[in-house]
Ligand binder design. Structure first.
Ligand SMILES: Nc1ncnc2c1ncn2[C@@H]1O[C@H](COP(=O)(O)OP(=O)(O)OP(=O)(O)O)[C@@H](O)[C@H]1O
Ligand SMILES: Nc1nc2c(ncn2[C@@H]2O[C@H](COP(=O)(O)O)[C@@H](O)[C@H]2O)c(=O)[nH]1
Length: 198
């Protein structure tokens, strides 16, 4: 690592920016992030809270903090969430303190969140970097969401209705990565995570 030079921001501080990854449900955000965690364990990803029940294999504190609606409402009321949104019938939010501590210590952070939350982060932190993960096609998005097999038909419909809105918002983002291939998309995202702050 480079030695600190008084008066010159360290390279670590230069790289300390928040990156927000968003994109429609089923596009592969979780898959891309999991790939990054496997190959780049130093990349720090915020763990969100959600009122959604865990899917098979999901663990409290790993993919999410699974909380009750009351706990979630209390966190919202207390201002403990950097952003929060209702999505397909459940509440989701980013615990504020962990992200703020991470950035304050000069280290970058990654959020994987939906569109309404991304818009809130843009309001609060306009220098953050916003990355849109796009599907190769609408049909492939539907195939992935249905093929995952984790949602019932009603929920799949709700998520696809939201996907129409999310896809129309792509132009609000700084960069688009098309998720044709998980490992390629992960490589592209990691490169963006290490771009110095503007
Ligand atoms: N590049 C890809 N090619 C083929 N299948 C993929 C690709 N990326 C992800 N998938 C598959 O698509 C499904 C949805 O992926 P994933 O759960 O990562 O999406 P997501 O964007 O995180 O969804 P959500 O927002 O609903 O949590 C999974 O079954 C996953 O294995
Ligand atoms: N606004 C926020 N959205 C979040 C957060 N954590 C995850 N998400 C997004 O919710 C949907 C659905 O997720 P799923 O795990 O139920 O499939 C997806 O788009 C996630 O990116 C958050 O903290 N805030």
């Amino acid at each position: 690592m480079d030695a600190e030079i008084p008066g010159l921001p360290s390279r670590a501080a230069d790289a300390a920016r928040l990156t927000v990854l968003s994109g429609p449900s089923g596009v592969g955000k979780g898959s891309v992030v999991a790939e990054i965690r496997r190959h780049h364990p130093s990349v720090w990803l915020s763990v969100s809270v959600t009122t959604r029940p865990p899917r098979p294999g999901e663990e409290h504190g790993k993919q999410y903090y699974f909380v009750s609606r009351d706990e979630y409402d209390q966190m919202v009321a207390a201002g403990d969430l950097l952003e929060h949104a209702e999505f397909a019938g459940n509440g989701y939010g980013t615990p504020r303190r962990a992200v703020e501590e991470r950035l304050a210590s000069g280290r970058p952070a990654l959020l994987e969140i939906e569109l309404q939350g991304a818009r809130q982060v843009r309001e609060a932190m306009p220098t953050a970097q916003f990355v849109f993960l796009a599907p190769p096609s609408w049909d492939e998005l539907v195939r992935r969401l249905v093929g995952r097999g984790t949602e019932d038909e009603v929920t799949i419909r709700r998520r696809l209705e939201a996907a129409v809105v999310e896809l129309a918002a792509e132009k609000e983002f700084d960069v688009t990565i098309v998720n044709d291939n998980v490992s390629q998309a992960a490589t592209e995202l990691v490169e963006l995570l290490t771009v110095p702050v503007r």
